[in-house]
Design a protein around this ligand. Structure first.
Ligand code: GDP
Ligand code: GDP
Length: 455
């Protein structure tokens, strides 16, 4: 590094920054209008999570990356709340339940000006049951006079209430310090305890693509679909299923099987549930209805899994219904609509007939292997050296930026840091990614490439 003009500390810092595995997850829960979205905006330091006063607005983005005191984590916002037919308590409980399930720690937001309500108490019961670390946020304490209101919330039995004004930022720093203490370094929920245990699979896809049918098929038994009443009849959330001679943990299967009938807000619940399942899983099997056109919703789900950095398998279901013409057009659609995940293993299945069920496990295993691939530094640099001399970066402003060396900083998914003598254009980065894939495989996994430029 030194002879290429890089400071050794710089290089180590870049590798450490890029090398993180899956980030721990923080869920922000509470009843409507206590200020969850405002707080999430504060935490992520952006206005991305739109604060909406109007009801009836659904959002599909629910997880965001955040950083405090040099530590990175993910935040799940449950502010897109919608009251449904179940009534306020059950609705709040249902959304909180998904988020808590996927989280390593929880910020429970209460409106200190209003005090604890029955709905708040309902959430407290859920939090007790879940046993996750909780940071109690007494929000809307905009000035010192509100501190007394916050102190009342000791009554909830969740420990110290942190007086905060999400709107003005007052007290959020102290609260975030408490959050960092509550959050594990690595996400225990999905990984820490899972070493050597069953691999975690999220079976996701838009409504009616056949998730529940596929789950029944692979689990080898017909299940009763539980109707309505979220939060009352609770099935086990994760299910161990024997497949291909191994045990797999299918996460959030209750979310698949439970049919909560919603008048409104169904999209939001679906997004929250999908995001939660993806966070908990190592590999996502995205089910797509092959009989229908690939939709924006399908693409959004794919993007969610890719952005979360999970291994990925695409399963095209209802293959039994396809005629030759549809098969032809499907191939064209896959090329145009799913080109960004051309690296994902693909299976064409039928949950109805059982077609190609046996191909599911090998596809999942391929994706997980890609996800965990580590390229030795020597091999990587031999490859980069050849690549750079055979295909140099285009000359810009009389200079030719060069990739000098690189290293793989992490896995799950593979993360690379490349060190360069000048700015590397997006097109050339994509070219490098393509070549890396050709050389080393990485089937079924997103890969991250960051570039450090010499000062
Ligand atoms: P959510 O439904 O829990 O996500 O709540 P929102 O973040 O949408 O906030 C609900 C309302 O409370 C909005 O009008 C916010 O501007 C307001 N609000 C949020 N945080 C604070 C705060 O710290 N102080 C005051 N005074 N108002 C706040
Ligand atoms: P989910 O909402 O994704 O869980 O979808 P379901 O499993 O409830 O399936 C939706 C509908 O598609 C049901 O009527 C199923 O019987 C049907 N279905 C599921 N898989 C297949 C399949 O492979 N072939 C056919 N023809 N129909 C299927």
């Amino acid at each position: 590094a030194a002879e290429e003009g890089f400071d050794v500390e710089d290089v180590e810092g870049a590798i450490e920054e890029a090398g993180h595995g899956p980030l721990p997850v923080l869920a922000v829960v509470g009843r409507p209008n206590v200020g969850k979205s405002t707080l999430v905006n504060r935490i992520i330091g952006r206005r991305e999570a739109v604060v909406e006063d109007k009801p009836g607005v659904t959002r599909d983005r629910v997880t965001y990356e955040a950083e405090w005191a040099g530590r990175r984590f993910k935040v799940v916002d449950t502010g897109g709340w919608e009251q449904d037919v179940l009534g306020i308590d059950a609705s709040v409980a249902a959304q909180a339940e998904y988020a808590i399930e996927a989280a390593d720690a929880v910020v429970f937001v209460v409106d200190a000006k209003v005090g604890a309500t029955d709905t708040d108490e309902a959430v407290v019961r859920l939090l007790r049951k879940a046993g996750k670390p909780v940071v109690l946020c007494a929000n809307k304490v905009d000035g010192p006079s509100g501190e007394a209101d916050a102190a009342y919330l000791w009554n909830l039995g969740l420990g110290e209430p942190h007086p905060v004004s999400a709107l003005h930022g007052r007290g959020t720093g102290d609260m975030l310090d408490a959050v960092l203490e509550a959050l594990p370094e690595a996400p225990e929920q999905s990984f820490g305890t899972a070493v050597g245990g069953p691999r975690r699979v999220a079976l996701i896809g838009r409504p009616n693509v056949g998730k529940s049918s596929l789950l029944n098929k692979v689990a080898g038994e017909e299940r009763v679909v539980v109707n309505e009443l979220a939060g009352t009849t609770r099935d086990p959330v994760d299910e161990l299923i024997e497949l291909g001679g191994k045990t797999w943990k299918f996460v959030d299967t209750a979310g698949i099987r439970k049919r909560v009938h919603l008048q409104q807000g169904a999209d939001y619940y679906a997004s929250l549930r999908t995001a939660a399942a993806v966070e908990k899983a190592e590999v996502a099997v995205i089910l797509i209805d092959a009989a229908e056109n690939i939709s924006v919703q399908d693409q959004r789900i794919v993007t969610m899994a890719v952005e979360a950095g999970r291994a990925l398998v695409l399963a095209f279901n209802k293959w039994d219904t396809l005629d030759e013409e549809r098969r032809y057009y499907l191939e064209r659609e896959i090329e145009t609509e799913l080109g960004q995940v051309a690296w994902a293993p693909r299976v064409n299945v039928s949950a109805r007939t059982g077609r190609h069920m046996e191909k599911l496990v090998p596809a999942i295993e391929t994706a997980l292997a890609g996800w965990e691939t580590r390229v030795p530094t020597g091999r990587l640099n031999a490859f980069l050296g050849e690549l750079v001399s055979a295909h140099p970066h285009p000359v810009r402003g009389g200079k030719q930026p060069r990739i000098l060396f690189g290293t793989q900083a992490g896995t799950k998914p593979p993360r690379f840091v490349l060190f360069a003598s000048g700015f590397i254009e997006a097109g050339y980065r994509r070219f490098i990614e393509r070549r890396l894939r050709e050389e080393f495989g990485f089937e079924g996994t997103p890969i991250h490439i960051s570039v450090r430029v010499r000062e």
